[in-house]
Design a protein around this ligand. Sequence first.
Ligand code: FES
Length: 131
Amino acid sequence: MNVGRRDFLKISGCAIICTTTGTSLCGAAQPFGVSTTLKAAEESFSLEGNSLVIDLLKNTALKTPGGSVKLSIINNKVITKILVFCSNFGKYKAVPNKCTHGGMELEYKHAEKIIRCVSFGKSEFDLTVKY
Ligand code: FES
């Protein structure tokens, strides 16, 4: 799928705008309770009003189905963690990256079509769940 300069997607009540411009991401080993999902570089996304704008060239994991990134938005000293994943070519979803059980991070499991908590509890969430 070719992503245009700006593709607008309505996801879980918040619009995600994907743009194309630049480079790559890095990931690192994570402590317990933190997912191994690649962390989006701060300069690769922005919050514009009620929309999250993500640069797909800087977040190449999102270019193929099954890919995902996690990001943190700091707004008025409040940190909001978000998990963004590509469920199919051109189809994206963004969900709060916080397990409803105990607040641990989540990971997108493409083959199983679920989101799973990284904690020992391994809570699973249906992709159709509205957050
Ligand atoms: S924190 Fe997710 S299952 Fe407990």
